[in-house]
Each structure stands twice: as C-alpha cells, then as structure tokens.
Ligand binder design. Structure first.
Ligand code: SF4
Ligand code: SF4
Ligand code: SF4
Length: 313
C-alpha cells in the first residue's frame, strides 16, 4: 500500500550517517524518493519514482521460486525453462515476496516517515554534527538529497523545526516551483545546486526537462543571498563539452558570491542499480568510471577559463 505524500509524510529510500561528501563537515544525508528529472546517468535510479519499488538482486537469487507462490500480481515469474524472473512493471510493492526470500535477493526501496519519525531515526547522529571534520575541518549537520528533496518542501520545513541549531544543506537539481523554494529557504543553510547541462536542447534530451526553470531558481537563491555551491556532474563523452565549461565559467563570473563549484566525476554504480530495478540503461552511457586523467583535464578546462574555485568533490 502506497501512503500519500503530505507535509507530514515523506518517502525516503536511504538515510546515510557519517557522510563527508554532501556538504560541510560530517553529516547525515536523507535521500528522498521521487524526482522530476530523468537523467540518463542517474547514480541513484531508485530515487526517481515517488513510490516504493521492488529491488531484485539477481546475483543472490538461487531460483527456489518461493516468491512466485506468494505474489498475487504476477510480478514474480517462472520462465519456460524453469528459471526465475521479475516483471517490475506488474509489482504493487506489497512486500510479500521479501518475507519468503531467505537469500536477500529481494528488497523494497522506499519507506515513509513523519518528521518526528525521521528525527528519531537521526537522533543518535547529532553527536557528530558539531565535531570538526570532513574535508575542510568544518562542522557538519543534515543534508537533504534525493531524488529531488524540493518535492517534500513542506515536510522538510516541518522537520527542520524539530532540529533547531542543526546545520542544513540541500542537494537540488534546482527544478522546483518558487513556492517550494520559499517554503524551505529560511531553514536551509547551504544549497548544493546541480548544473547538469548548459545546452537547453541537450538538457531536455539527457535529463528529461528544460533547464530554464533551473537557471531562474539559481538566480532567485543568489538574489536571496543564500550560500550556494554549484555541483557539476561530468560524464565523459556526454556533457564534458567546451560549451559546458564555458557556460559554468560564465555562471561563476555572473554570481561571484557562489562559494565554489565541485565536479562530481561520473561513476558507474548506477548501472547495476538500474538493472536491479528493471530500468533500461542507455547504451551511450560510459561503462567505466571517469579516470584520474580525465578529472585532471576537466579541472584544467575550468582553470583555463579563469575559474580558481572549481574543485573535484
Ligand atoms: S525467493 Fe528469492 S531466491 Fe527464491 S526465487 Fe525468489 S528471489 Fe530467488
Ligand atoms: S512486492 Fe508484492 S507485488 Fe511485488 S513482486 Fe513482491 S509479492 Fe509481487
Ligand atoms: S536529478 Fe539527480 S536524482 Fe534526479 S534523475 Fe537526475 S541524477 Fe537522478
């Protein structure tokens, strides 16, 4: 049964403690489920749909077929050759098959929380938020990530009211309504704002939506004097173009108070995750991670354009 999402319920697919890559210091990152974008390189494909989803780890399945007997939706299948398969499209997320699988081959991604339940979940982590840690010895806090956390703006505002004094960061695609940004603008200390593709046509093609709204929201946050770090996912052969580096350099010149930009080098974790969710992987996507040389080249391309404050995350 899928619970409706309200300002007092949010669907979360992961809560990671001791994170040092999602903002200053040592943090706890809450990953919300549901995203208006559909980036072809998404490293968290389980974050895209705003509903619980079945995860099937084929490598752990021994083919006992117990799951087939309990699934009333026909999502657990026996193929003509007697082997097991999953039809993700038919799954309702009821979770019955997980109870009978003794091999850990099945799981459900996505659990709903109230602000109070989430607060309870992270309560033990508060002990390290004020430690000096992370890459620059800064103090940590909570990071809202996803998916797109703006989808749960009302929930996040309610949650933040329960954790006064805790530093907050939001990793966002920037694709959200002004109304949603206004709901959270006073309770977020720093925005980690993605710039995925400068070229509007390519952005629509690779990420599924226009980038115009994203740039308008960046303008709004900057004008509101919020702390901003640009995040630059770079995928070799897809968006590491001259146009991309030129466009990012122009943004950094236009918005000189932006703290810095961080390159997020492509890694291929998303491919196996997509396969376990039954999501098709684009053949254009690199199978290998971005190597050290490639990352150096990207940093060099930024420096050549006068960007001293571009780093690798
Ligand atoms: S119950 Fe688990 S191990 Fe058995 S067929 Fe189903 S997924 Fe595979
Ligand atoms: S979660 Fe429910 S509907 Fe989905 S495969 Fe398992 S038993 Fe079938
Ligand atoms: S915005 Fe992030 S979470 Fe959403 S599809 Fe793109 S990479 Fe995935």
């Amino acid at each position: 049964m899928i619970e409706p999402v309200t300002d007092n319920r949010a669907l979360v697919f992961d809560v990671q403690s001791f994170s040092i890559h999602d903002g200053p210091g040592i943090r706890t990152t809450v990953f919300f489920k549901g995203c208006p974008l559909n980036c072809m390189w998404c490293h968290n494909p389980e974050s895209k749909k705003a509903k619980p989803e079945l995860v099937y780890h084929q490598n752990l399945c021994v083919g006992c077929l117990l799951c087939v007997g309990v699934c009333e939706s026909g999502a657990q299948l026996v193929l003509p050759d007697g082997t097991h398969a999953v039809n993700h499209g038919a799954c309702t997320g009821c979770g019955k098959c997980i109870e009978v699988c003794c091999y850990g081959a099945l799981d459900i991604s996505g659990k709903t929380y109230s602000p109070e339940e989430l607060c309870e979940k992270i309560s033990g982590d508060k002990r390290y938020f004020n430690l000096e840690g992370g890459k620059n010895g800064e103090r940590g806090g909570i990071t809202f990530s996803g998916g797109e956390p703006l989808r749960y703006a009302g929930f996040i505002a309610n949650f933040c009211a329960l954790i006064p004094g805790v530093h907050t960061a939001m990793e966002t695609s920037g694709y959200g309504s002004r109304e949603d940004f206004e709901k959270i603008i006073d309770c977020i200390d720093i925005f980690l704002f993605d710039i995925k593709m400068i070229n509007a046509v390519e952005h629509k093609k690779r990420c599924g939506v226009d980038n115009e709204l994203i740039f308008r929201n960046l303008e709004f946050l900057y004008a509101s004097k919020k702390k901003i770090v640009l995040r630059l996912p770079l995928i070799q052969g897809i968006n590491d173009t001259e146009e991309q580096f030129d466009g990012v350099a122009e943004l950094l010149r236009k918005y000189p108070e932006i703290e810095r930009a961080e390159i997020l080098p492509y890694h291929n974790f998303g491919i196996a995750k997509a396969e376990s969710l039954g999501i098709e992987v684009s053949p254009e996507l690199p199978r290998l991670n971005a190597g050290k040389e490639t990352i150096e080249k990207w940093l060099g391309a930024s420096r050549e354009r006068g960007c001293a404050n571009v780093y690798c995350a």
